[in-house]
Design a binder for this molecule. Sequence first.
Ligand SMILES: Cc1cc2nc3c(=O)[nH]c(=O)nc-3n(C[C@H](O)[C@H](O)[C@H](O)COP(=O)(O)O)c2cc1C
Length: 369
Amino acid sequence: MLKPVCLADFEEHFLKSLDRNARDYFSSGANQEITVKDNVEAFNRYRLRPRMLRDVSNVNMKTTIMGNEIDFPIGIAPTAVQKMAHPEGEVATARAASSMNTCMILSTWSTTSIEEVAQANGSGLRWFQLYVFKDKSVTMDLIKQAERSGYKAIVITVDTPRVGKKLVDDRNRFYLPSHLHRVNATTDTSDNTQSSQEAQESLVHKSTQTMLDPKLTWDTITWVKSFTKLPVIVKGILTGEDAKLAVQHGVDGIIVSNHGGRQLDGVLATIDVLGEVVEAVEGRVEVYVDGGVRQGTDVLKALALGAKAVFIGRPVLWGLAYQGQTGVEEVLRIIKEEFKLAMALSGCANVTDIQLSLLAFEKRYSSKL
Ligand SMILES: Cc1cc2nc3c(=O)[nH]c(=O)nc-3n(C[C@H](O)[C@H](O)[C@H](O)COP(=O)(O)O)c2cc1C
């Protein structure tokens, strides 16, 4: 394979190199995958209005998120079971995040322990993504482990009161290879034996369903906040109304996310929701976005709409599948350099120069119909 020069090249390699069970699990979205596709395509509905004759001899991409400095505003979204993409899984991702000086969010459903990822990440910036379990003691234990291991924020995923339906996983009867386990969930009831592969519906999804709390409400956010001193970020907000409620409930940050199109199919693309959420919070909390970010200009557009940073999910898995830690570093390096070029060509020497006036967009969709 030729050396990848853009993120799509990594995807091409990934699609050829993984077996069907893993490849489809990582790539797929819910139902007809309308939102998966729209997350990517929506960025093209925004065009750029670059400014000329501004000194861009020094382009500075540095920024802060939750008070911590990162070299560029592109972090790693939490994705489950990374050892299915590469034997080093989350350890490789954690090392890459640290060497590139950006933030990694570790999934509750990781195949490497919270402590081991912390060790690999060293002095890097790491946040922990929390699923709220029916068993409160499991949830509390996860938060305590993250605190002890130097994670700097708790990211509560709020879009998964039930697990979205992924047709390909049902068709494939998705299973975790028998040597892999979701190590943080001590109550994980999925068993990856041959017989479980024969079940009509994926047992992994079923056990997830059994463990996670469908009674999740804003009181849960208050409860988590009472329990930890770490900043609490909610991931999965898709309306201005909920963004306002999040602020009222004292969250420290919001990730505009539709779970990469894996939960409710047919929701708006995240880039189309971002402006509404930014407007609703009126600068009171930081807003981030994930979903469909595949190139430097996507990052520029998200920042112009008011995001403090973006996070990428699948491209990191493609990098992992390509070459483990080096592959993830290469993915980050390429999108970082693309973003730097996009800043320079649009007349932005600092991230604070990236303003809404950079954008022109089609008024085909409004999130408030
Ligand atoms: C294979 C896969 C597994 C994921 N696992 C989790 C998870 O465990 N927790 C979570 O909050 N989000 C999870 N997500 C959603 C991502 O955090 C993120 O919202 C999404 O991938 C961003 O879209 P992108 O893949 O287009 O960059 C997962 C996404 C994928 C593709």
